[in-house]
Ligand binder design. Sequence first.
Ligand SMILES: Cc1ncc(COP(=O)(O)O)c(C=O)c1O
Length: 403
Amino acid sequence: MSQTPKFTLSNRLSRLKPSPTLQLAARARELKEQGIDVLDFSGGEPDFRTPEEVGEAAIKAIRDGFTKYTAVGGISELKEAIVAKFERDQKITYTPKDIVVSCGAKHSLFQIFQALVNPGDQVLLPSPAWVSYPDQIYLNGGEPVFVPCREEDGFRLTPEAVEAAITPRSKILVLNSPNNPTGAVIGQRALEGIGELALKHNLLVISDEIYEKIVYDNHRSISIATLDPRLKESTIIVNGVSKTYSMTGWRIGYAAGPREIMQAVDSIQSQTTSNPTSISQKAAAFALSSGDRFFLPMLSAYGKRREAVVEALNQVPGITCKKPDGAFYAFLNISGLLGKSYRGHPLLNVYELAEFFLDVAKVTIVPGAPFGNDHHMRMSFAASLSVLQAGIDRIRDAVSRMD
Ligand SMILES: Cc1ncc(COP(=O)(O)O)c(C=O)c1O
């Protein structure tokens, strides 16, 4: 007779939740496999193909037999391309020794938290925040402290909000500008104020700049590390090729920062994944050396979609949406829909609304609650204009059937 094995999972998993955005995307995929025509706006990935020439660089790597272990933190060619990118785009000087390349920016972030967070340390996290930060912080024994970013301020982080959240246990401040899910870009003045606070309170800053290039109108991505040499010494910049070059599946992210921290990150990686895929590294080196020629046409398409999506969403009764400063998400305020009902069932929260949109409109948009906001939902506009239009038509139609 077989016995049920007795085991307990580690305590550190007690607060872990699977990524809600990936869960919703998985449900959409399941429905599609059943032949149901679902329009999926849940994902955080560009809809463009990886540029052909980037693919060619990877194929060449395979043909050349570049398929073995590499240096743990990345090949010199890629690190040099990253150093050149920092110099070219942001006028920040790093050396290859200050950089570790990992299996996606998500991996970079996890290892940085692992290297820095002790039990009980507080990590200041502007909220709404990307869903993976709190779980990564919990997994490493830390305590996220949410710093509210208000819709009235365009969801932009203010020095006042940071200051109000600082305690003697604050160790790290996470910045994510442009932000996922709100698209908010922190302006120069506010960033200077935040930088002063970081210096005054001895905070390490993790600046997740993965959406750096995707900014609209007059908004500019500024890295806090550029504001003062002392801030460069206390900031770890995280970036990657996923969003800029439509290379999500290649899994290449990187971090640059104080040498001692980067050496610790390299050691963690040496005992866990070892190097990121050799072939992807060659492709990423090629992409990063290409300047903006692959990226600019994508940015122009995102810009047109942003205009169209925001305008169309604002015409749906019960929904309002501000233009995001950057990234490729519309963060829609759905307060006007909460409390309505469908066929006698009240729709009381954003999760129920997400279910409703999936069941009735066959559209996936992500509830804002796991990002820290229960009156908003996130709709990615990394999809063609015609698909976006069709999706919003379905949303409008479904809303018109609410009581
Ligand atoms: C804010 C933010 N940081 C990091 C990542 C991770 O990117 P990747 O691991 O694909 O490099 C994402 C992806 O959605 C993100 O939205």
